[in-house]
Write a protein that binds this ligand. Structure first.
Ligand code: ZN
Ligand code: ZN
Length: 256
């Protein structure tokens, strides 16, 4: 599971660098930002969310490795931590046990929750189940164990080798952009600005998050790889184009 101090340091430093990036634009940097958003956005929606968390489709081992590596590069934690947080969210949506409950308001559900150190027994149980379910998947265990080392190592490598403007746009700005797009699904995707929090579909957010914005549809049927129409759910389009359906009986690994 992710360390709270690590979360604070990464969150604050990335946002400071993000402000610096606004004064150092370059064409290559903008292109890298776009490609980074594309790859890590797909990594989160198709890899972390639909494949690893809900097991809603089947992917060959190499595709699973690539998708989860892209997900990891979004710097949203290891795949099993992400799984446990999201499973807890589905199990206790908008309640006090929901890790990013929209009932606690916009700021909390958008990013305040990542600083919360209060123990969540349900989340701990989902994490333990995920570790057991993926115990024979060395790649997943490796990503979970070393996600911070890989992410920070890559950041340092990029900062010391790339032109400054390219680094700022390809990494801090891209990371912060994908963070907040993902978190908008947790906040306004759950009506955090309204009195009664509940999942809802936001087509504009869906286009920016590869289908994640069709959140009410997803909550109705979490194990489906498709969240809505292909024109809005690009993640679902990728799944139906390149991968096969979910196995009928995913023995011992389906946590949905
Ligand atoms: Zn939700
Ligand atoms: Zn889900």
């Amino acid at each position: 599971m992710q360390n709270r101090t690590y979360n604070v340091i990464i969150f604050v430093s990335m946002h400071i660098l993000c402000i610096v990036a606004l004064f150092h634009a370059s064409k290559v940097g903008v292109l890298c930002l776009f490609l980074g958003w594309l790859l890590t956005g797909i990594g989160i929606s198709v890899g972390y969310h639909r494949l690893i968390t809900h097991k809603s489709f089947k992917a060959p081992p190499l595709a699973e490795k690539i998708l989860t590596l892209f997900g990891l590069l979004a710097m949203q934690g290891g795949p099993l931590t992400w799984l446990a947080i999201h499973k807890t969210h589905h199990a206790c949506s908008d309640s006090s046990e929901d890790p990013h409950s929209a009932s606690a308001g916009f700021i909390y559900s958008q990013f305040g929750w990542i600083f919360n150190s209060v123990a969540n027994r349900k989340l701990a149980r989902f994490f333990a189940e995920a570790k057991k379910a993926y115990a024979d998947n060395l790649w997943m265990i490796f990503l979970e164990q070393y996600n911070a080392h890989i992410s920070v190592g890559l950041l340092v490598l990029a900062a010391t080798t790339l032109p400054f403007a390219t680094f700022l746009w390809a990494f801090p700005l891209r990371i912060v952009l994908v963070w907040h797009l993902t978190w908008l699904v947790n906040s306004i995707g759950h009506s955090a600005l309204e009195i009664n929090a509940k999942p809802r579909n936001l087509p504009w957010l869906s286009l920016l998050t590869f289908g994640e914005g069709l959140h009410a549809t997803h909550h109705c049927n979490p194990s489906s790889p498709n969240f809505g129409s292909k024109s809005l759910d690009w993640g679902g389009f990728i799944v139906s184009t390149f991968f096969s359906d979910r196995p009928k009986s995913p023995k011992g690994r389906d946590l949905a």
